[in-house]
Design a protein around this ligand. Structure first.
Ligand SMILES: [Zn+2]
Length: 350
């Protein structure tokens, strides 16, 4: 894997990953936006941190293809966030960050605790092709994506202030995506959100994922190779929720062998394709790469979760009152039926 790191000053860094050695033509990219005012405030009843980041209000919103900041640059007067003439995988610091490694002191606010918004927000572009997606970039590119994330997370975890990194993707305008170019993001945080801590502790105590490749009903498996598989879990909270994981418990992509990376890439591609196939078009979703937080190494099972936002071709799944207020999810489509539809054994309604 060819890795080229371009420091652009302060937190700003561009890392280019390619399968083979590459030479790039460089340009001046878009200027930075000051994110240092990011801070967190403690919610005394929910007992969790809330992030405040005013710099994000001005972020780029659904630009035309000609103005896409994730497309490679070909002209010096059309600056991009990825100021090179071509790339395979690019990771760069988000100009509109919710956190900053050099965050300013948090404001004093009566009666509640505050702290600096220490962290790092990055964007990861999967392809120079504006119209690609995880379902179309191919297993070789996804394998490179897995390797790139493994390398990058290892670097991020060397920061003392970072205790957990979350690579994720918001896909589709239904979920509020502001750029159509195929990309994900990486949030690296100095605090561990409650939901992630609960999940990590459950895995550390008695992981239901340890033997999942054996215990998962065959009818809920979507695809399988020697070392990886994809399935609809019996506890799915979203319609068509699909998980992808290596059979061997590892902390993250950095611990996978080349054979496991190849297999995992195949499973990610197959799952993304199945989700699009049932919709006859792009399925909007959130995708999480669940990597071990610091302190849980060796007691974790790295996995990916696709959380789709459509329950049929014409109906969207909204998180409404009960889900938003209480966290209790209400699911119209039983996981067993969702698996049957994704496998092509049953037809989708509507
Ligand atoms: Zn683009």
């Amino acid at each position: 894997m060819d890795i080229q790191i371009i420091d652009r000053g302060g937190d700003r860094r561009l890392t280019l990953y390619a399968a083979d050695t590459k030479t790039y033509q460089h340009f001046d990219g878009l200027p930075p936006v000051d994110s240092s005012a990011a801070h967190m405030r403690w919610h005394p009843l929910r007992r969790e941190w809330i992030g405040y980041a005013t710099a994000r209000q001005s972020r780029t919103h659904l630009p035309s293809v000609a103005d896409c900041p994730l497309c490679p640059m070909s002209e010096a007067d059309k600056p991009s966030d990825i100021p090179v003439d071509d790339y395979e995988i690019a990771i760069f610091t988000n100009r509109f960050s919710a956190f900053a490694m050099e965050a300013a002191p948090a404001p004093d606010i009566a009666e509640i605790a505050t702290q600096k918004g220490t962290g790092l927000c990055e964007v990861i572009s999967y392809s120079a092709d504006h119209n690609a997606s995880l379902a179309t970039i191919g297993t070789k590119r996804i394998a490179l994506l897995i390797k790139a994330l493994g390398h990058h997370i290892t670097q991020l975890y060397q920061h003392d202030d970072i205790i957990w990194s979350l690579p994720f993707e918001n896909r589709g305008r239904e979920i509020g995506v502001t750029l159509d170019h195929p990309h994900g993001q990486i949030y690296s945080l100095s605090v561990l959100p409650n939901a992630i801590k609960t999940m990590a502790e459950a895995m550390a105590e008695d992981s239901p994922l340890a033997e999942m490749h054996v215990t998962c009903p065959e009818t809920q498996k979507l695809a399988e190779t020697d070392t990886a598989f994809s399935f609809v879990p019996s506890w799915a909270r979203y319609p068509f929720e699909s998980w992808v994981m290596p059979k061997r418990a590892v902390d993250g992509p950095h611990q996978l062998t080349d054979a496991e990376i190849t297999d995992l890439a195949e499973m990610i591609a197959a799952t993304a394709q199945k989700l699009d196939a049932v919709m006859d078009g792009p399925m909007p979703y959130t995708l999480a790469w669940q990597i071990a937080p610091k302190g849980y190494e060796g007691r974790y099972h790295f996995h990916l979760t696709f959380q789709p936002l459509k329950r049929s071709k014409t109906k969207q799944k909204f998180l409404a009152s009960v889900e938003q207020i209480s966290g209790l999810f209400l699911v119209d489509l039983p996981p067993e039926r969702a698996a049957a539809i994704l496998r092509g054994d049953e037809m989708i309604d509507g």
